[in-house]
Design a protein around this ligand. Structure first.
Ligand SMILES: C[S@@+](CC[C@H](N)C(=O)[O-])C[C@H]1O[C@@H](n2cnc3c(N)ncnc32)[C@H](O)[C@@H]1O
Length: 222
């Protein structure tokens, strides 16, 4: 298995999520049991778990928020950081973003994002790239469910704070995982999201959308 696109097509079904019915994605289903398959089939090939085959509750929350608040995103240059399936970036384009760059370190996530963008009739500029620490002038940075691993959190947190400090709108979607940093976040929305026990410990989770605050701006009403 060397062709990500062929693998994705063969091991997923096209479905829409109850929280974001406007968008269809190539997703793992219970029949293919892709998460467990990874450990046997993919790990032997040195490939990471298929994060891209699931819409994580953090990403679903941001996607719902953008579709419900298009004025926040319309006309802006956006980064979908750690795009996975591409759900967040697709929602941004559907909500009227000028351009969406999507990045992930997993080549399967890039292939999935391209496939899913085409499925939904939007253009996303997806690249396999580690952009942590860089600034390409994005107006808005979207980070869906990225606070799940200590090392990544340690790198991502100061970077997102720096982008917010220079005036970018930085939105985080997260179900309050244990590594979520507690400083300078304003809760903008909360959603009850259906998920799967293949990747979570319950059938639904409450997902929050937070804005990373510029510490120098104290009286922003949100
Ligand atoms: C839990 S998934 C979230 C995917 C998507 N944002 C969502 O909400 O459905 C986390 C993603 O982070 C990606 N990732 C991990 N480290 C990264 C890095 N340094 N730069 C970009 N993506 C990274 C993983 O490959 C994975 O696709």
């Amino acid at each position: 298995m060397h062709d990500p696109e062929a693998f994705i097509r063969a091991n997923t079904v096209i479905a829409a999520l109850p929280s974001v019915p406007e968008i269809r994605l190539h997703l793992a289903d219970e029949v293919t049991d892709l998460w467990n398959k990874t450990e046997t089939d993919l790990e032997s090939l040195g490939l990471p778990p298929p994060f891209w085959a699931f819409a994580w509750v953090g990403g679903q929350g941001i996607a719902r928020y953008l579709l419900d608040h298009p004025a926040r995103i319309a006309g802006h240059k956006v980064l979908d950081f750690a795009c996975g399936s591409g759900l967040v970036g697709i929602a941004a384009m559907k909500a009227g973003a000028l351009r969406v760059d999507a990045v992930d370190i997993d080549p399967f996530a890039i292939a999935a994002t391209m496939l899913n963008a085409a499925l939904n009739g939007v253009t996303i500029h997806a690249t396999r790239e580690d952009v942590i620490g860089t600034d390409q002038g994005w107006d808005i940075i979207l980070a869906g469910d990225v606070f799940y691993e200590r090392d990544m959190v340690a790198r991502v947190t100061p970077w997102l704070a720096a982008l917010a400090a220079r005036g970018a709108l930085v939105l985080i979607g997260d179900p309050r995982r244990s590594f979520l940093p507690s400083v300078h976040l304003t809760e903008l929305a909360a959603y009850e999201i259906a998920t799967t026990r293949a990747i979570e410990d319950s059938d639904t989770k409450r997902s929050f959308v937070f804005r990373v605050d510029n510490p120098e701006i104290s009286a922003d009403p949100g």
